[in-house]
Design a protein around this ligand. Sequence first.
Ligand code: ZN
Length: 278
Amino acid sequence: MKLAMFDDGAGPQSGVVIGEQIAPTGIAGALADLIPQWSSVEARVKQAAETAPRVPLSRVKLLAPVARPGKVFAIGLNYADHIAESKMETPQTQVWFTKAVTSINGPFDPIQIAKDSAHTDYEVELVAVIGKRGRYISRAEAPSYVFGYCVGNDVTERMWQHRTPQWSLGKSFDTHAPIGPWITTGDEVGDPHDLGLRCFVNGEKRQDSNTKHLVFDIWDQIEHLSYAMTLEPGDLIFTGTPGGVGAAMDPRKFLNAGDVVRCEIDKLGAIEATLTSA
Ligand code: ZN
């Protein structure tokens, strides 16, 4: 199932995406509220998908499927080609940083280049959405803790990322975590480690890879993160970006106001944003 948050003019509500249409679930509250009680509401949502009047997607505004997650973690250096272009060693231990929850942005909302900034960059990433609370989750158990997946852009201010050893500030600027266009549930995705992912800037393909090239796969990531902390429904995990980022091009090509960045992943759809100046 594809689950979205949308606004048709009457305020945010959750819905099921079917082809080019969306059917409201009719359940009050946000999609994020449905995730922890999914086993008890799934049948109701399925029924809404079959019976509720559908609206064309072109007539609604799609919103971030989780507007204010409890936490947003992202892994660095997790595709071989991106490690090589970053001139780094393949890490023996997973390298994690947080993105501030306030950096979450809608799938088609503008991405802001901060005041006086000239180093804003893109990173297409598969994002896993946690469905169940848990700690010390084993690799074998990990798939049952994922609710679904969406497309993410781990937008980064490279100067702020690299002028200190800790990356979180450079990764946490407002609007720098667009996600969507909806959450595709795990059962519909099947194997998340065989999905093509691509990023385009003004139509030019910059990144083109497949999640089968992840250094640490999603199950390893969940095992590792949940050793340290309890994962909760709605938490987001950005699973790494492949090669082709602007910072690694020669000459470097950072994003400018007016540029259009499109990130797409097989089975999950695409998100697209225009860059704006602060
Ligand atoms: Zn990233």
